[in-house]
Every structure is written in C-alpha cells, then in structure tokens.
Design a protein around this ligand. Structure first.
Ligand code: PLP
Length: 500
C-alpha cells in the first residue's frame, strides 16, 4: 500500500457514522459518482434503460452512459423539479431497467411511490442522495428506499471528497467492495498534499480578493473545464467512448469534471478530515434547515408548511434568473448547481431518450435560482435590492399536486407541500407576497444574522468553533467564480479537485 494511503479498514469509522444515520449498510467511496457507477454496473445490464431526471448534473448523465446504459429523461414537476410520476407514460415504464432519483437540491423525489412502481415492474430503484443527506420522506431518510443509494460528502458535509454507496441487502457488501476496489487508482502523495493544502490556499486567495485573477489563470492554463453551465459534450468522442462501454476509462474526461480525484484511493489526511466534518454534520444540517426557513418565507419560494428540510440549495423561482445571478455575483455570492438546459436538450436523441413532456423541466431549469441556505440573508438582501420578480408557473404546467414523496399522511415531512399557485394567492400560492417584506425572516433570526458577503462564514451565524480550520467549514463565503458548477470547482486551485 502506498505511502499515506488509507486501507479499507480505515474507512470503517466513516461507514459506522453513516450507518448510524441511515440504519443500512454503507460502503465508503471516493466520490458519489464512483459509487453510482458501481451501483449501475451491479444492478443494470449494459444496454438497459434508466429513467432519470433531466435537471441534473451532467456528470451523472455521463456516469449512466459509462455504465453502458441509455438515459431516459423523466417528466418533471415545474414547481420543484421532482419526477412527475403521473406523467411517465406506460410505454416508458415497461422498457426500463432501473429508476434513478435525483432529490434535486435535497427536495425528495416521490420515493415511496417510485419504490412500489419499481417493485411492480421488478426493477431496482437507485437513489442519488448527493443533495439530500439530511432529507426525509414519509418520515424516512432519503436514501433508504432504494436497492442502493449514493451520497456525496462534498455537499453539506463539505469534505470536497468522498461519498457512500449504501445498500438494502447487506449480503451484497463484499461483492460491491471488490467492484469498488478494482476501480480505485492508487493514492498519490501529491494529490493528498494538494487536498491538505487546498483550504489554506483558497482562504488566502479569498482573503487577498484574487478570485478573478485565479480564474483567469485557470482559463489561460486550459484548466477550466466548463465555460458555461454544461460541459462541452463532444459528440464524436462520446460516441467513440460508448463503443467501449461499460468501461469508465473512456469516459474519464467527462466523469472527472469538477473532481479529478473521483476514483482515487483516499489517504489518511482525507479520511481524517472527512471524519471530523461528518461528526459535525448535524450542526451543519441545522444551519441548512434554519436558512431554508428564512428563504422559504420569501416571495420567491414555494410555500413549505411543516418542518423544514435541510435542503442543500433552495431553488427560488425568479423571473429573470440571469439578472439575479449577476446581482448576486456583484456581492460575491456565487450561484452554482444550475442545470440549464435539461439533459435531453443538452445531449439530444443520439444519447438519450427525451422527456415525453419537457416543458415543465425546461421552465424549472430556466427559473430556479439555487440559493445556499447558509447565505440566505445576504441573498435575500441582494434580490430585494434588485427588485427580483418571482416567476409565475405557467398554468399549462400546473400538476395540481405536490411532491407526493411524503406519502399519505406525512405532509409535515414534505419539503414542498404542493399547493398550486392561484392568482388570488400570488405567484406561488402564498398570501399576496408583495405585501410581505422579503426580509420577513428578520422577525425570525437564525443565529448571528447577516455578516455580509465577506464574513467568512454562513448567514446562519453558527460560529466556526474554536477548533475549526480552513476547509472545515462547508459554509464558506462564496467568494468564488460566478456560476461555479459544483463544490469542487468552487476551488481556485488547479482543476478544482487539486489532483491530476
Ligand atoms: C445530483 C448530484 N449527484 C451526484 C453528484 C456527484 O457527487 P460527487 O462530486 O461526490 O461525485 C453531484 C455533484 O455535484 C450532483 O450534483
């Protein structure tokens, strides 16, 4: 085993922490995307068809292709981007090999209903819970409905590395562990050092306000992998890679985007930092929940009765999303996790079955402004000053029901209650929200309030704690490039992932 490399036994403390959360078998993986690849390879034969959300990270799309599968884009609800089960035609259901949920921004897909549908069809349900580590549906954690589920430790946890593949059947563990280990690349001391130093380097760049310069340097060096929200598709290369699928190697240039270490065997430093952050996850989730409450009370949010979910991002619906992003950028608040256009529009029929009803997904992708709940107050102040108008869901896209992920009788646990907008109730079905001060959250302070864009922490005001170090705080100020796509390319170091 190479210097600094963690042996599989070194993953045990992390796996134990996750098992306590979920109550099911958990396998550490160096990234959520690798865990998903392992799961798809295990549960789906190459050539199969997987129902997935078109409003999703393109990396996930390429992981599905790498597993030798055909993505089938699901119709979504315009309100929240969750899978619209009722709009999936029978002919589509009949041809599927698996369903993959997204739980976009932490908002649950209708897992109980999808579970029973998959059971009827005899196909696996796979849950991507990357955004939903603390979310529940029907009183049950997201990630406990599927035959398998995958989590990312780069999101709420803020480790910028690692994830879990969790399975319903513990007997599958040994085989999956072998499959994971075969895919791992040996640890590199340089990558481990870069990982260790990265938070300090980022803090320095932020402190010196050098983000713009760092970004320009990346572009000059050809290390910026996304010029826009979606990465370049390169259809010719992709077709060639498909001819060798299922094999991850041919898809490396797409799958590694935003995280070059995605299949690197982790070293001790990574594992120790991740464990420290994972033990603090509940505090972090509480901060997310508090920010969600603040944002949910604004006129750009859908009403959310019941306890707030600790969403990873709150998709406010704004009419001119680009203007909002620009205004936020001027205050050095980065908006990331934009998935516009939807995957079927991005990749075309050569690579995916299009959604049978693409309108609502396209509308949501165009208007959703994913706001970090840890920056709730600052973001609200910017949107208020801008006079950002809430986007009105077109009547044609009204589904009439909420995300029914909570199942009957569990509305309180649902992120989106699904009350339909009515004209008398204002754009999002809430009381005339123009009369509501957008800063209504001021009457419900959460923590120390807005410490400004440079406060070096979140808007929820939880102190970083006496022992916190750079890199320990996932709620770092978004003093980073605008439209950062993910947690990793928020970095200003080479390639975000700081490896390769
Ligand atoms: C919905 C979704 N799933 C999975 C992933 C992949 O997570 P990781 O970066 O840990 O591989 C991402 C990354 O941003 C994501 O947004």
């Amino acid at each position: 085993m190479a210097l600094g490399e963690g042996c599989p036994a070194a993953y045990a403390p992390l796996e134990e922490l996750m098992l306590q959360r979920l109550g099911r078998e958990c396998l550490y993986v160096p990234s959520c995307r690798l865990g998903l690849y392992v799961a798809l390879r295990h549960w789906c034969r190459p050539g199969g068809r997987v129902l997935m959300s078109p409003v999703n990270d393109d990396v996930i799309f390429f992981v599905v292709l790498a597993a030798g599968l055909r993505p089938v884009q699901a119709p979504l609800r315009a309100e929240d981007g969750s899978i619209d089960l009722a709009a999936v035609p029978g002919s589509v259901w009949r041809g599927l090999s698996a369903v993959l949920t997204t739980n976009l921004y932490g908002n649950p897909d209708p897992a109980p209903e999808l579970r029973s549908r998959c059971d009827q069809l005899g196909i696996p349900l796979l849950e991507d819970a990357a955004h939903a580590i603390g979310s529940t549906v029907a009183g049950q954690p997201v990630g406990t409905f599927g035959d398998a589920s995958v989590f990312s430790l780069s999101k709420h946890t803020g480790a910028k590395t690692g994830g879990f593949l969790t399975v319903a059947d513990p007997a599958l563990r040994a085989g999956l562990e072998r499959a994971r280990d075969e895919l791992l690349e040996p640890a590199r001391l340089s990558a481990e050092l870069a990982y260790g130093l990265r938070p300090y380097a980022e803090a320095g760049v932020r402190g010196l306000r050098l983000v713009g310069a760092a970004r320009a340097a990346l572009r000059l060096l050809g290390l910026q992998e996304r010029e826009d929200i979606r990465m370049e598709l390169r259809p010719g290369d992709l077709k060639r890679a498909q001819s060798a699928a299922p094999a991850l190697a041919g898809f490396h240039s797409w799958v590694r985007v935003d995280m070059h270490d995605y299949r690197l065997r982790p070293g001790g430093l990574r594992l120790r930092r991740t464990e420290r952050l994972l033990t603090r996850l509940d505090n972090r989730l509480a901060d997310h929940r508090a920010g969600v409450q603040v944002l949910s009370a604004t006129r750009w949010a859908l009403p959310r009765p019941g306890p707030a979910q600790p969403l990873f991002r709150v998709p406010l619906l704004v009419e001119d999303r680009d203007a909002a992003i620009a205004a936020l950028a001027r205050r050095r608040i980065t908006v990331g996790y934009l998935y516009d256009p939807p995957l079927d529009a991005y990749a075309g029929e050569l690579f995916t079955d299009p959604s049978p009803a693409p309108g609502p997904a396209a509308w949501f992708a165009r208007h959703a402004l994913p706001v970090d709940p840890l920056r709730a107050r600052s973001a609200i102040a910017v949107l208020t000053e801008l006079g950002a108008r809430p986007a009105e869901i077109p009547a044609a896209f009204a589904t009439g029901t909420g995300t029914d992920g909570a199942g009957a009788g569990d509305a309180a646990a649902t992120a989106w209650p699904g009350s339909r907008p009515t004209h008398s109730a204002g754009p999002h079905g809430r009381p005339d929200s123009d009369m509501d001060p957008p800063g209504r959250p001021h009457s419900r302070p959460v923590g120390g309030g807005d410490r400004g864009a440079h406060a070096g922490g979140s808007d929820t005001g939880r102190p970083a704690g006496p022992h916190s170090r750079p890199g320990d705080s996932p709620g770092q100020p978004s003093d980073t490039p605008t439209r950062a796509h993910s947690d990793t390319d928020r970095a200003v170091g080479p390639q975000g992932g700081g490896s390769d």
